[in-house]
Design a protein around this ligand. Structure first.
Ligand SMILES: Nc1nc2c(ncn2[C@@H]2O[C@H](COP(=O)(O)OP(=O)(O)OP(=O)(O)O)[C@@H](O)[C@H]2O)c(=O)[nH]1
Ligand SMILES: [Mg+2]
Length: 315
């Protein structure tokens, strides 16, 4: 009797392991291809910030989705381009690192742009990356259908993709099918994250990213890539709300003036837009306090890289 119940217990322990599947899918592509838009759509919530401008994502953002018994851990990566500055190099190295560690690499290509120089460079490097590769043509809402077949043929000639998908991350077309396919590619194994977890980033980093997105939206022309945001304090209050203090680092005194704006108008607008999104992400009321600090060389400061989740490139 004892043995039997032991056996039953053993079986019940083993069963979920045998049935579940899990794995990593890296989304790579040129800047602005729509990687972050896609990961948000796959996960069903905003976990990675999006903008019209290139080079929005700076580090690896993991989003967790499930398809039946498969847990798929998507890794959003910074856009890959020819890096110049130290921060660019850190971002591109990180993106390729994400691709190398994944079970499946999904290359996102902006169907409107097609295989430009950036995509060509990624394709030639991608041949060196092991593992299964799928091609995802994004933004199909912007091009006539006949162009897509030609583009599929051309890109598949350059690299042997196991499959090609045509999607609109923005509108959602084809995304479910892509998710199901990727779910089918996951290997048997236990889930690495809890069923209801959608991201591995702590809320405080997401909150900092949200504020960065709002700065980007308003000030990209004045401050291209010249700011970074850190959440310095997140304190849950008795009434269920959170007091959050964030510092916006800029490079020059002049930039500080731009962020603050006339009579504090700009920073107020940034703060209220960010607060709205942070409330949604945190599911609690939020009091957001923003501070602006000048750090001429923040882009050369290892501490800032650590906060961003990037390795600091020596040169
Ligand atoms: N029309 C259209 N626009 C899209 C689609 N997917 C993304 N976009 C837009 O493309 C722009 C860039 O999207 P992101 O998701 O930030 O692109 P990304 O690849 O993450 O960019 P980086 O982080 O800079 O590498 C945004 O303005 C999106 O709204 C799509 O399917 N159709
Ligand atoms: Mg992005």
């Amino acid at each position: 009797m004892k043995n039997l119940s032991n056996e039953a217990k053993l079986l019940s322990d083993l069963k979920p392991v045998a049935e579940t599947k899990c794995g990593f899918v890296a989304l790579i592509g040129a800047p602005n291809a729509g990687k972050s838009t896609l990961i948000n759509r796959l996960v069903g919530a905003k976990i990675s910030i999006v903008s019209r401008k290139v080079q929005t994502t700076r580090n690896l953002v993991r989003g967790i989705a499930t398809d039946k018994n498969a847990q798929i851990i998507f890794v959003d990566t910074p856009g890959i381009f020819a890096p110049k500055r130290r921060l660019d190099r850190a971002m591109v190295t990180t993106a390729w690192g994400g691709a190398g560690d994944a079970d499946v690499v999904a290359l996102l290509v902006d169907a409107r742009k097609g295989p430009d120089e950036e995509v060509e460079a990624i394709l030639s490097h991608l041949t060196l990356v092991k593992g299964r590769k799928v091609l995802v043509l994004n933004k199909i809402d912007t091009v006539p259908a006949e162009n897509l077949l030609a583009l599929t043929a051309l890109l598949n000639q350059k690299l042997a993709f196991s499959d090609t998908f045509m999607i609109s991350a923005l509108k959602g077309h084809g995304v479910e099918k892509l998710k199901q396919h990727l779910g089918g590619l996951m290997k048997p194994g236990p889930w690495l994250y809890l069923e209801d977890q959608i991201s591995t980033a702590p809320l405080r980093s997401l909150a900092a990213e949200i504020t960065r997105e709002k700065i980007f939206e308003r000030l990209h022309n004045e401050l291209p890539y010249q700011s970074t945001v850190e959440t310095e304090m997140w304190k849950d209050q008795r009434d269920g709300s959170a007091r959050i203090e964030q510092t916006i680092y800029v490079m020059r005194e002049g930039h500080k003036k731009i962020v603050i704006g006339e009579g504090g108008r700009t920073i107020k607008a940034i703060g209220s837009a960010a607060r709205k999104d942070i409330i949604e992400a945190a599911e609690q009321n939020v009091h957001l306090f923003l501070f602006v600090k000048v750090r001429e060389n923040w882009a050369d400061d290892p501490e800032r890289y650590r906060e961003m989740g990037l390795d600091f490139p020596k040169a």
